[in-house]
Write a protein that binds this ligand. Sequence first.
Ligand SMILES: Cc1cc2nc3c(=O)[nH]c(=O)nc-3n(C[C@H](O)[C@H](O)[C@H](O)COP(=O)(O)OP(=O)(O)OC[C@H]3O[C@@H](n4cnc5c(N)ncnc54)[C@H](O)[C@@H]3O)c2cc1C
Length: 376
Amino acid sequence: MCDFDAMVIGAGAVGLSVGAELAEKGYSVAVVEQHDRIGAETSSHNSEVVHSGIHYPTGSLKALLCVEGAQLLEEAAGRYGIPFCRTGKITVASTVEETAVLEHLARQGRSNGVTGVEMLTAAQVSRMEPDIRAAAGLFTPTTALTSAHRLMEVLAGRLSDAGGLLGLRHRVAAVEPRDKTLAVTVAGCPAQRFVCRCLVNCAGLSSDAISTMAGIPCRLHWAKGDYFSLHRKIGVSRLIYPIPGKTGIGIHLTPKMGGGFRVGPDVEYVSRRQPPYSTSAGQASYAPDGGKRRLFWQAARRYLPSLAEEELVPEMYGIRPKLQGPDDGFADFAIRSEPHVAEGRFINCLGIESPGLTACLAIGRYVARIAEEVLG
Ligand SMILES: Cc1cc2nc3c(=O)[nH]c(=O)nc-3n(C[C@H](O)[C@H](O)[C@H](O)COP(=O)(O)OP(=O)(O)OC[C@H]3O[C@@H](n4cnc5c(N)ncnc54)[C@H](O)[C@@H]3O)c2cc1C
């Protein structure tokens, strides 16, 4: 006897989207989350940028699901009243040599299906953004800002309206694959055990631990990104990004929807010594690193020369679950049914770093298609 057709581990943006899609298809679904609220981890510690999709190699899941996800998110914003502000973004080359990177991004963006991509001269950049200095720019008008919190509330509402269950304070402690089902043990006194026909791993930073429990050993890298805020009024209305680095898309300047600006994030690979985020009183976790102020100032003043170091105030951080190590090349999202676990009924979502928020609605549909094949 099965308790559910499908169980989803993790109530971040991705797990909620997967749960809502499956419930709306008529499956009995439970989403289980270890914390006492939805989206307590990376889904509430990020830039809330709806990416256009220029940064990812053509044909990769990141490119496909980002472009589709951004369109779905804009539609959902209109339908459900999710804040969505299409500010557009300018990626800036600070030197003439960097212009070649912009041209590559423009070509890649167009072949990924990103619309409106346009190269800008230095004069065009300064006409559009008077406080920004650049040798050239790349304009992507579809980049937007959203509210991750409101998006997740909407997804939790869709899950519940379709009859799906959300179990908060349900920490998965064990996964036991059987022939065509999986038993999931939730920690507690007493522990609870549920049996499902399909299990989807959307556990973010802990998705490697869940995968390992299911018999697919895996180890993710954690890469912290710090943010500083800037409260002075500046003549900037769009997102301003530098040329991307090897492991991140660069310390950028983002107007906040509530006013002010955010500068960051950087990329710092960290050891996994404590819980990633502080979610209950007194629990040790990482913290924003104010000691990086100079590094951030040096990075941001390349395109915002009027920035003074002391204007930057440490604000927040997020941690990326990366398949890509510090010396590795591009790593795509790994979203797949594992053929050797319960005859493919365990679906892994690994390495869901940026653009995971943008892509979450498309990931929900993608995973639901995989699940339908195994559930029938
Ligand atoms: C610094 C930073 C900036 C970013 N900026 C952007 C951006 O601007 N745009 C964008 O598109 N993306 C961005 N991202 C990426 C985006 O935030 C993530 O891809 C997305 O939030 C991932 O969602 P998720 O649901 O997979 O993971 P999470 O939100 O981490 O959710 C996983 C959930 O699983 C739960 N869980 C874990 N283990 C268990 C267990 N054993 N039992 C039960 N529950 C468990 C956790 O508590 C958590 O709630 C950024 C990420 C970072 C770190």
